[in-house]
Design a protein around this ligand. Structure first.
Ligand code: SF4
Length: 254
């Protein structure tokens, strides 16, 4: 109630995320994510992939794996110059080196190099611990919680944002936590870790294959039937402004 006038808002339908997942799973199959051999590799990969293609990250990970130093002790013993040289193919390698050093510093100074210790506790304890490390934001922290700690924490990335915006499921200005809550509520159920791990992987698959930033290849995309319909009963359409605005309003209120 404001100024004596009651403002009523009609609840908007939740995004059809379970249906989206079924369609994506039919097309791409189970993704078996995260592509890594150990939880520590998950952590390193998630830190390095920020603003970099996975192909470049894979190259440096493969090099370290082959050299036998893709371990907490192996990377921690590297000097600054060697770390930067190793990370050079990942683009912003100075920043990457700093972030990786910050992670390793906490791992060794506060947890004696034990990843199990760093990732122990409740989801919020682990998430907050990770967010306190310089250079680790919500997306990276959630990747580590979900894929390395195996606790349910939904990952929101640029692919997810793009798909949601184009389908009118959220506005372009939706906050990370709002989108995360929306997804976690819509995709609740048993075996959430495995489900959310694969949902995120499916978003990456559809984002790379069809829902690109430069071009939405809707005709061939498994999610085309979930696009909003045009008002006059025409074919489905990408990102109608009125839908995006309504969903944005929903997210801001939630
Ligand atoms: S149907 Fe179009 S907008 Fe939707 S995910 Fe596919 S490419 Fe993107």
């Amino acid at each position: 109630m404001k100024g004596g006038i009651r403002v009523s808002r009609t609840p908007l339908p939740a995004p059809p995320l379970n249906e989206a997942y079924r369609l994506l799973l039919d097309r791409f199959g189970f993704q078996h994510w995260w592509p890594a051999e150990t939880p520590f590799e998950v952590c390193v990969g998630a830190i390095l992939v920020q603003n970099t293609s996975w192909t470049q990250v894979e190259r440096v990970l493969a090099m370290a794996r082959k050299g036998g130093w893709l371990t907490p002790g192996g990377l921690w013993s590297m000097d600054e110059a060697s770390l930067r040289e190793w990370l050079r193919p990942t683009g912003t390698y100075r920043v990457k080196a700093e972030r990786l050093r910050a992670f390793l510093q906490v791992l060794w100074s506060e947890h004696a190099g034990s990843l199990d210790a760093l990732l122990s506790g409740s989801r919020s304890e682990v998430r907050n611990r990770l967010l306190a490390i310089r250079g680790i934001g919500p997306e990276t922290a959630d990747c580590l919680v979900l894929y390395a700690a195996h606790q349910p924490s939904f990952v929101i990335d640029a692919y997810t944002r793009r798909v949601f915006r184009r389908h009118g499921w959220s506005g372009a200005d939706a906050a990370y936590e709002q989108l995360q809550e929306l997804c976690e509520t819509a995709l609740d159920g048993s075996d959430r870790v495995r489900f959310w791990q694969d949902f995120h992987a499916q978003m990456v698959a559809v984002g790379k294959e069809y829902c690109r930033s430069s071009e939405a290849r809707c005709e061939d995309c498994p999610l085309k039937n979930l696009l909003p319909k045009k008002e006059a009963g025409g074919s489905n359409t990408v990102n109608p402004p009125h839908q995006a605005a309504r969903s944005s309003s929903l997210l801001r209120l939630s």
